[in-house]
Design a binder for this molecule. Structure first.
Ligand code: CAA
Length: 285
């Protein structure tokens, strides 16, 4: 019988962490959302308020419901506030040293039966698990952007993840209204392993001036029925996140498909990170 989780924590309130916090609060869970400073928590809060406001305007939420959802999220700049969490989902940038450090700290703060989950999309969950004294209670819980909309959660079990932890996380995914696929620990899991070769190829096509960004995107939307073209999707994912995912997959597989197209790094250095900075392959008002 799966454990019904009620108290959860989220670490990192970027696009994914904020979206995940919203999804958890919408399902009635009590969320402690942590980021490094007041500016970062304010940005996360604004993201969640905007997203729930949009749902309100579209008639998908009543204002009392919206207030309840927002009231279930407590913001903090201290990991110590996660001492009562039954599950913590880490969603900080895709850098192994940063995530390892956070897992070590969470291990010291949270009770031994707390499940420590990572939203990593390409790093090794196994490597993160051994930064703790509870590798059997560490798992991957990979959401997709925008988290409130996309239905999939990839549940990543390592060779030592306890079956009951997998069961608890699968049950939570169902409670969140998501569909889960449960897989082993391999770079990119299923979706990113398949998606990023395609995105990288689209960027190379644009970089070689073979076709305009609009034509590349139109071809995939109108010719293949995808909701978004690849360059618009790169902007949604974030150019920095896309670079980190490609770079990690390339280092693991040495598959040229994943060698990041040079323009991705250049855009990252120039701060053209996509929607979140107002400019990427496209500009956003
Ligand atoms: N946050 C919350 N809700 C959002 C949202 C956001 N950022 N963006 C859109 N929505 C909601 C809208 O409110 C709307 O909700 P209702 O239907 O309930 O009214 C719904 O999504 C559709 O939105 P729109 O009508 O504005 O726009 P759309 O129909 O063009 O859909 C989209 C937007 C959902 C983003 C769609 O274009 C899409 O599915 N794109 C592909 C996204 C995708 O592939 N994501 C995966 C990226 S890979 C990843 O995330 C993995 C990783 O590790 C990087």
């Amino acid at each position: 019988m799966a454990r019904e989780l009620t108290e959860v924590g989220v670490v990192g309130l970027g696009t994914m962490g904020a979206g995940i916090s919203e999804v958890l609060a919408r399902a009635g869970l009590s969320v402690t959302a942590v980021d490094v400073d007041d500016e970062a928590t304010a940005r996360g809060r604004a993201h969640i308020e905007q997203s729930t406001e949009r749902a309100l305007t579209r008639g998908k939420l009543e204002s009392a419901e919206r207030d309840e959802i927002l009231g279930r999220i407590r913001y903090s700049t201290s990991l110590e506030d996660l001492a009562a969490a039954e599950l913590v989902i880490e969603a900080v940038p895709e850098r192994l040293e940063l995530k390892t450090e956070i897992f070590g700290k969470l291990d010291a703060i949270c009770p031994p039966d707390t499940i420590l989950a990572t939203n990593t999309s390409s790093l090794s969950v196994t490597e993160l698990s051994v930064a703790t004294a509870r590798p059997s209670r560490v798992i991957g819980m990979h959401f997709f952007n925008p988290a409130p909309v996309m239905k999939l959660v990839e549940v990543v079990r390592t060779v030592v993840t306890e079956p009951s932890v997998v069961e608890d996380v699968e049950a939570l995914a169902a409670r969140l209204g998501k569909v889960d696929v449960t897989i082993g620990d391999r770079a990119g899991f299923i979706a990113n392993a398949l998606l990023f070769g395609y995105l990288n190829h689209a960027v190379s096509m644009f970089e070689a001036r073979y076709a305009s960004r609009e034509d590349i995107d139109a071809a995939m939307r109108l010719g293949c029925g995808l909701p978004m073209g690849p360059l618009a999707l790169m902007d949604l994912i974030g150019i920095d996140t896309a670079y980190e995912i490609l770079d990690t997959m390339y280092k693991q597989s040495r598959n040229r498909l994943h060698a990041p197209a040079p323009i991705i790094k250049q855009m990252m250095t120039a701060g053209l990170l996509g929607r979140k900075t107002g400019r990427g392959f496209y500009s956003y008002a």
